[in-house]
Design a protein around this ligand. Sequence first.
Ligand code: PMP
Length: 362
Amino acid sequence: MNKIIYLDAAASYLKSDAVIGAEVDFLRNFYANSGRGVCARAAAVDDMVLRARKKVADFIGGAAENIAFISGTTDAMNMIAKMLDIGQDTIVAVSDLDHHSARLPFEMAGGRVVKLPLDDEYNIDVAGIPYADVMVVTAMSNVMGVAQNVPEIVRIAREKNPNVVVVVDAAQYVVHDDIDVRLWDADFVCWSGHKIGADTGIGVLYVKNPDAHKPVKFGGGMVQRVVDDGVLFVAGAEKFEAGTLPLTQIAGLGVAIDNIKQNRPNLELVKRLYDALSEMPRVRLISSRDAALVSFVVLDMHPLDFGALLGTRGVCVRVGNMCASWIHQRLGIAGSVRISVGAYNTEQEIDTVIEYIKDIVK
Ligand code: PMP
């Protein structure tokens, strides 16, 4: 069988040998639980977690006290929606760019949903930002690949309501470009490690002001002291981390951050693919030309059929609604095809896939 060409980084990024090595090293050579022991090994694990927390904080411009390790973007969004006590009078602003994970936890919490308008290029239209109590901003859609102007969106949202709680889904943005939470000025920013080459089961929740929010998961690790009339939680965002941390995944996360900082996906590869697709009469591109992903439909061909035909040639791409139903509804299509690259993809792979696609859509 031909070698697989993996072009599905936006679903989950392949892991480097360095990330795998860090996890194996942890499991084999210094495994222990964190935050519970006093022996040298346990201290080494505590140190590893602290270093990873600092690395994450540096990566996104925050401080270690603002960083909670959670299992992923979905977990973070569900936690935040619970923290905010959303009632039927809470105005929650969402957009058609949102992934199901980013929007459903807030919609299901029962708030009054209003929409952030989009312009013709699928930017959130800052001129039409409504008053909201809670605002979900998808920094980059997993279908459209448009990088939103988060600082400007947050600035205008706060002009409308100084107390608005802004939640940013950075699951796709994080691979695309540097995040500086100081510039974004959101209340919460979350992303999943597996989108930058770390393992599944580890994600990051940045909380601007941990003291302003209550934990919604309870258990070991987040309690400082049980007192007569209740519980004192640990300081900072660690109070949002009940239970044993995903230590192996944390061991890999720091390395994945180093990797991605040095070597982001090559956007020129996507442009090359984008330009080739734009020459094919049956292909309708729907995404931006500037992201690590390209989304499109093929006229008179179901995305699933297209994906299967590429699949038989050993090419892994994503097809369907990408858990982003609203943007597909808005575009009037049931689904699309998405090709996305990691830093490990090569020009030769892209050229091979262009030839395969030409053959399929001829
Ligand atoms: N938001 C966006 C924009 C995404 O692309 C994804 C992953 N497809 C998620 C949220 C959910 O991430 P996870 O499944 O890792 O929780």
